[in-house]
Design a protein. Structure first.
Length: 587
């Protein structure tokens, strides 16, 4: 009896009074301040908090992957081994065998010049579990376990040949390859589509149940916490400020920081007037001018030795002045392609695309430049879109310089006006982009997009990688500016809660085609198409009781749909097989 009950009570991962400091040229940084936390077999413990709270540093102490300038106090026990005192050779044996890790960015974690099979068999061979053909067979079996179709073919491919969701599954397969007792999952669903995210969470949940593996889930997504966690620990500035069951922490939070985090999360189905954001509904009968008028738009990418790939196929919708239209769909649906076409960066091969009353097809470079003066754009990654060599003030005035608008003094005054509008201190004028936080960089991107008082704004996933409280501030600023300047906006996002909060109209794309479009209330509350229903069902909400019910409803929906189409064949594969993968058709 003792042998069966002990594994349930003894933690497989145990942090006791862990304290981490980093010695830097500017002094000591106290990153983790004496925290205690444990994970038991078959249990999911979510460690939540914003960037800089110390979550990832805490997890890295368990893997002993911190840089040499780290000073660690306290004990970290992994399956009965104190990792702070182990030799390097024993630590190498512990990694993989006893503890695995799913890193945040799979494209960075995977080696781009090695095949998937080579990377999967590496850990098996290093730990003496299998070698040669046996290791390859195990690799194929692991890919099948994590739900990747055609694993025999996939083991020969390279990371860039897989979709984002499939790469994340490969990283999970590597983490479980040696049957570890505990897995650390560091933001395993960041920037994934809602359906892929739901699949990854289902996968982790099933592996936990089959293998009785403990999971330390690091995330800032409260919907993921509600969907996955048994217990929750909230981290703030290196300290654990609250711990408890998922129901206790999410439904009855005690600490002000936890309350702030939960109040910063837009809730799908909550509609307008959340988080202090107020978007006025538009009069649908009004006959405002069109900022965007797409009719039967077709966009293709040329491929060497292959027929052109049709990314956008017969798409039609309109964006009126003063209106926010949410463009949603999974990766590869054509959202960003339409956004780039709106900026004149990609030509259309069919249909018509009128921007602000002008047909962009057939425009020469000078005409496009003049039209772009009336269009602003917010890119997904502000760090990549801002010039690192220019001070922030010059980054914001750059559109004015390119289009020769205003004097030097007028440009400077415009920057100060916009910095005030996006709630940034004027002192950042002479700083560089790397000297401010990610949320501040996104505000700078918004300010730059509004420099020329645009009539149309194209926003491509502007909040996808932000912490929840930073996202709330950015959305607040965005909504205030839209109400003030009344610009039309094409808002591209896969976050349905944000679309439900901001948009007047919603357009749903799948594989380059519009599957559903209409007013926000109609599309988000009463979708008529199965694809839209699946998207909405896959989006988690930060209420564990409601989320359990939503998860069951989603599984019922998938089961019913799978039963209906199980016999259909699409190019030799069942539609069900394709649709339960990553939301992308395999070649």
């Amino acid at each position: 009896m003792t042998a069966t009950t002990t594994p349930q009570t003894e933690p497989v991962l145990d942090f006791q009074d862990v304290d981490v400091r980093f010695g830097t040229e500017f002094g000591t940084v106290h990153a983790v301040k004496g925290i205690s936390l444990d994970v038991k077999p078959g249990e999911v413990v979510a460690l939540v908090g914003e960037s800089g709270s110390g979550k990832s540093v805490t997890s890295m102490t368990a893997m002993r992957l911190l840089p040499r300038n780290a000073r660690i106090a306290g004990t970290v026990m992994v399956n009965g081994n104190n990792v702070t005192t182990l030799s390097e050779s024993r630590m190498r044996r512990l990694r993989g065998n006893d503890i695995g890790m799913v890193f945040q960015e799979p494209m960075t974690a995977l080696n781009p010049v090695l095949t998937i099979g080579t990377q999967l068999t590496e850990s098996l061979e290093l730990h003496g579990i299998a070698s040669g053909r046996a290791a390859l067979d195990r690799a194929i079996e692991l890919l099948g376990m994590v739900g990747i179709p055609e694993p025999e073919r996939r083991v020969k491919q390279y990371p860039h040949e897989l979709s984002g969701g499939q790469r994340q599954r490969v990283v999970i397969a590597i983490a479980i390859s040696c049957d570890p007792k505990v897995i650390i999952a560091d933001e395993p669903t960041t920037a994934l589509d809602v359906t892929v995210q739901a699949d990854i969470l289902d996968l982790l949940r099933s592996l936990k149940e089959k293998l009785n593996t403990g999971i330390l889930l690091i995330t800032h997504n409260m919907g993921v916490v509600a969907d996955m966690a048994d217990r929750v620990a909230v981290m703030f500035k290196g300290e654990l400020v609250e711990q408890g069951t998922v129901d206790e922490v999410l439904l009855r939070p005690q600490h002000d920081y936890t309350k702030m985090l939960l109040n910063s999360v837009p809730r799908l189905g909550g509609g307008r007037d959340q988080m202090g954001i107020s978007i006025k509904e538009r009069d649908e009968s009004s006959d405002d001018e069109l900022a965007i008028d797409l009719r039967n738009l077709v966009i293709e990418y040329q491929r060497l030795g292959k027929p052109p790939f049709r990314a956008v196929d017969d798409v039609s919708f309109q964006v009126r002045k003063g209106e926010i239209v949410g463009l949603v769909g999974e990766s590869g649906s054509g959202k960003s392609t339409i956004g780039r076409c709106a900026l004149g960066l990609i030509p259309a091969v069919g249909g018509s695309f009128e921007l602000l009353g002008s047909d962009i097809r057939g425009m020469n470079r000078a005409q496009l430049k003049e039209l772009r003066k009336r269009i602003g754009v917010i890119f997904q990654d502000p760090a990549a879109s801002l010039n690192p060599r220019l001070p922030i003030g010059e980054c914001i005035t750059e559109p004015m310089v390119v289009h020769k608008v205003g004097t030097k003094k007028e440009r400077e005054n415009k920057v100060y006006e916009l910095l005030d509008a996006v709630e940034l201190p004027r002192a950042v004028y002479n700083r560089y982009p790397h000297e401010v936080s990610g949320g501040q960089r996104q505000r700078i991107s918004i300010a730059r997009a509004l420099t020329l008082d645009p009539e149309l704004l194209v926003a491509d996933e502007p909040t996808s990688a932000l912490d929840v409280s930073v996202q709330a501030k950015v959305l607040n600023i965005f909504s205030d500016l839209q109400q003030r300047y009344q610009f039309a906006c094409l808002f591209v996002s896969h976050d349905l809660a944000v679309i439900d909060l901001l948009a007047h109209q919603v357009v749903v794309l799948q594989s380059g085609k519009v599957v559903e479009a209409g007013p926000r209330e109609q599309v988000m509350s009463n979708p008529t198409q199965e694809y839209t229903q699946r998207l909405i069902a896959a989006a988690p909400i930060p209420d564990p009781i409601q989320q359990r019910q939503r998860r069951q409803e989603r599984h019922d929906l998938l089961r019913d749909l799978g039963d209906e189409i199980a016999e259909l064949k699409v190019e030799g594969e069942t539609f069900h097989d394709q649709f339960t993968g990553d939301g992308e058709l395999n070649e």
